[in-house]
Design a protein around this ligand. Structure first.
Ligand code: UDP
Length: 320
């Protein structure tokens, strides 16, 4: 940890859900953090605790348009993209550009400064997977023009561009594919399954299950995810490696709804809504590579993470 002091990190998307937890961790480690965000889905509230901390700076910039005015950077984390299906379908062009032009600009910054570069890619790179669990070697089953393509395909392009910069300019790039992550700071209105179900349960609204609820997801608690990001960036000798980061604990959406209803003691009914187009049927990470090379695995089961997240949203509602 001592060796990381005074090293400078750029966190693009640093005011978002995962990015802001990452900024917290980097400041705790003693790095200088430049948090860059255009605040379309991130918020100042997420980084409120960091303003005024020594070593923290915030730049309200759009990485797909603006130059980041820094000449001395050691680490670049690219977490700048809407990531919830609701958000990226509301901002399809911004999403596609953050992951294409935005990735290009950040890779150019890495090239100019010699920084190590970590791309936050996604389990959506696997699309609606035809194999389970998904290993990094799986090429995926992705629709290039469907409602999710602005996200899936631009993340896949971001991976391609990162590898071009690795091979052409010898950059130290690393890629993580993030599986469903939840916890405090995910916007209540974000539209994702955990935030929706908890907030519906807490307000007595019906829990909206899309389709029959037989589709599965594997849910990772935020502190586990960020610990994996830390290892993926700072473990030496991982140039060019790609890792799944997520919790292999797989659950059907309907079971999740029932679990959240039980944990909140809510009287809310479950309602079944039409299935979403191109909604992946199953998703579960194979994390054996992360276990082997990062010595990382999630520590927080849903039985612990969900109650913590419920407590967070209860507190938010009280403070309003
Ligand atoms: N989902 C649901 N009800 C909701 C929100 C989501 O049934 O209110 C389902 C959605 O159809 C998907 C899963 O939960 O199958 C996870 O959706 P989310 O938006 O959290 O993330 P995704 O994994 O699709 O990116």
């Amino acid at each position: 940890m001592g060796s990381s002091s005074h090293r400078q990190a750029v966190v693009a998307g640093g005011a978002g859900f995962i990015g802001s937890h990452l900024c917290d961790l980097l400041i705790r480690k003693g790095l200088q953090v430049i948090c860059v965000d255009n605040l379309i889905t991130g918020s100042r509230q997420n980084i409120a605790g960091l303003f005024g901390r020594p070593g923290f700076r915030f730049l309200n910039l759009d990485i797909s348009r603006d130059i980041i005015p820094e000449s001395s950077v050691d680490y670049i984390f690219h977490f700048a993209s809407p990531a919830s299906p609701l958000d990226y379908q509301n901002y399809p062009e911004e999403t596609a550009l953050a992951n294409s032009l935005g990735t290009l600009r950040l890779l150019q910054l890495a090239r100019a400064t010699g920084a190590r570069f970590l791309l936050a890619s996604t389990s959506e790179a696997y699309g609606d997977p035809l194999q389970s669990p998904q290993a990094e070697t799986y090429w995926g089953n992705v629709n290039s023009f469907g409602p999710r393509s602005c996200y899936d395909e631009s993340k896949r392009f971001a991976e391609t561009l990162s590898y071009i910069y690795l091979h052409k300019y010898d950059l130290d790039i690393r890629i993580i594919r993030i599986f469903n992550t939840y916890g405090p700071r995910m916007r209540a209105s974000d539209g994702r399954v955990v935030s929706n179900f908890i907030n519906q349960a807490l307000t007595g609204a019906p829990l909206t299950v899309y389709g029959r609820g037989s589709q599965t997801r594997s849910l990772c608690y935020i502190s586990d995810l960020v610990a994996g990001v830390d290892r993926a960036m700072f473990t030496p000798g991982l140039r060019g490696e790609i890792f799944n980061l997520g919790n292999p604990e797989e659950t059907a959406v309907l079971d999740l709804a029932k679990k959240i209803k039980g944990l909140t003691g809510s009287e809310s009914p479950l309602v079944f809504k039409p299935p979403l187009p191109d909604d992946p049927h199953q998703r579960r990470p194979d994390i054996s590579k992360a276990r082997r090379l990062l010595h990382w695995q999630p520590q927080i089961p849903a039985a612990v993470g969900l109650p913590r997240t419920i407590a967070h949203y209860r507190n938010l509602a009280k403070s309003r």
